[in-house]
Design a protein around this ligand. Structure first.
Ligand SMILES: Cc1cc2nc3c(=O)[nH]c(=O)nc-3n(C[C@H](O)[C@H](O)[C@H](O)COP(=O)(O)O)c2cc1C
Length: 384
């Protein structure tokens, strides 16, 4: 059925279903299971050390011979810019560290000069090195244009997927050599794949445009159809898609496939903590918000205590990546205890479509069956 699908052809996969790279959640078992089922599994490797990526890639290769991907973030690495971390630390102390019994930090608030040293050096070049050395078949990127790395990545025969949130960024990544454009609608769980090209990550930039999958996909498809250097660039729809109806709708909009994050989070093979899974399974479409509170980059999450307290305060989160770094002790402590009130619960809006305790293979198969059934119902209706 999908032999002629441009995405399947390009990636060498059977079904046009991609499991989105999700930092911290995508185990080698999940990635390989999706690829073995005929889709494309992607390792969310943004926060992994190069050594950990190497281990994970080797595990994936032991479980599957099928194509798979590795995902990295290209967001700005500095995050300094005269940020006053002391008021954020005070707030975090009062609202969260005291409650969780963590050492307070506001006492040691640092001047700007030292703030620089707070940030660990970027891992990106080491991470990319693993993708190249291990000849990872698909490199997937968010939060920026991989233009600087395109030639190197292509030299290993790998394909490049870039995730965007608007037409302008879709055109630039396509012009600059990405092979596939992932259109991330505002329903999507996790961080918005915003490029830092127009101050989109600045502190004052609050009203981010939230373009839904339904509106974004056909506009990107149309823009890319005009031909970027005579190449045809498949578009993948992401955001709020969780079943066969979503696959069919995306194909109808002109996409060549779909990327799913949230539904794969509750699969047996995923790395999501139990408390996180339970929140996802008991939440509905009204329980998510887009917030900068966790990292400084807008992200769609379940509205837990951390988010609510931040929203009540007048405080602006620090600019990426400082906000995540400064508050990381809180998230790590809460994750150790699996207290889902105080760590990020990234989530898309398709929550009522989640199903408990399925394998990734069951999800892929169910989506394909449902899409085919829906299509034949629609065809019959159209004939009448
Ligand atoms: C828990 C979680 C973590 C995510 N982490 C990443 C990531 O590390 N890199 C990335 O490109 N996208 C990440 N995303 C966004 C996905 O790529 C994708 O856009 C989104 O999951 C699609 O929407 P859905 O969750 O409604 O299926 C994440 C999404 C979730 C839910």
């Amino acid at each position: 059925m999908f032999l002629e699908n441009p995405l399947c052809k390009l990636l060498g996969i059977r079904y046009p279903i991609i499991q989105a790279g999700m930092a911290g959640q995508t185990t080698p078992e999940l990635v390989a299971a999706v690829s073995n089922a005929g889709g494309l599994g992607i390792l969310g490797a943004t926060r992994m050390t190069p050594e950990n990526i190497l281990d994970a890639v080797r595990k994936i290769k032991m479980i599957t011979t099928k194509p798979y991907g590795v995902n990295l973030w290209l967001g700005p690495q500095d995050g300094k810019k005269d940020q006053d971390i002391s008021s954020v630390q005070q707030f975090l102390d009062q609202k969260f560290r005291k409650t969780l019994g963590l050492p307070l930090k506001s006492v040691s608030s640092l001047p700007e000069r030292e703030t620089k040293d707070l940030l660990p050096p970027s891992k990106l070049s080491g991470q990319l090195q693993i993708i190249l050395e291990e000849k990872v078949p698909i490199a997937s990127f968010a939060m920026g244009d991989p233009v600087k790395y395109v030639d190197q990545i292509h030299s290993t025969g790998a394909k490049i997927i870039s995730m965007v949130t608007n037409v302008e960024d879709a055109i630039s990544v396509a012009k600059n050599g990405s092979d596939i454009v992932m259109a991330q609608g505002s329903e999507a769980g996790g961080h918005r794949s915003i490029f830092d090209n127009n101050g989109a990550l600045d502190e004052g930039y609050e009203n981010i445009p939230l373009i839904g999958t339904m509106a974004l996909v056909p506009q990107i498809v149309d823009a890319l159809k005009k031909g970027i250097q005579a190449r045809s660039i498949p578009v993948v729809a992401a955001g709020g898609i969780a079943d066969g109806r979503g696959l069919l709708a995306a194909l109808a909009l002109g996409a060549s496939g779909i990327a799913i994050g949230t539904r794969f989070l509750v699969c047996r093979e995923s790395g999501a903590l139990q408390g996180y899974r339970e929140r996802l399974l008991s939440s509905s479409e009204t329980n998510t918000v887009v917030t900068k509170a966790f990292t400084g980059v807008p992200a769609r999450v379940l509205n837990n205590t951390f988010v609510k307290e931040y929203a009540k305060s007048e405080l602006k989160p620090l600019r990426w990546p400082l906000q995540r770094f400064v508050a990381n002790d809180i998230y790590e402590n809460a994750q150790t205890k699996d207290d889902a009130n105080y760590y990020p619960l990234y989530s898309g809006q398709g929550l009522r479509m989640l199903k408990r305790n399925q394998s990734a293979e069951e999800v892929v198969n169910e989506i394909m069956i449902q899409a085919k059934e829906r299509l034949s119902i629609l065809e019959k209706q159209m004939e009448k």
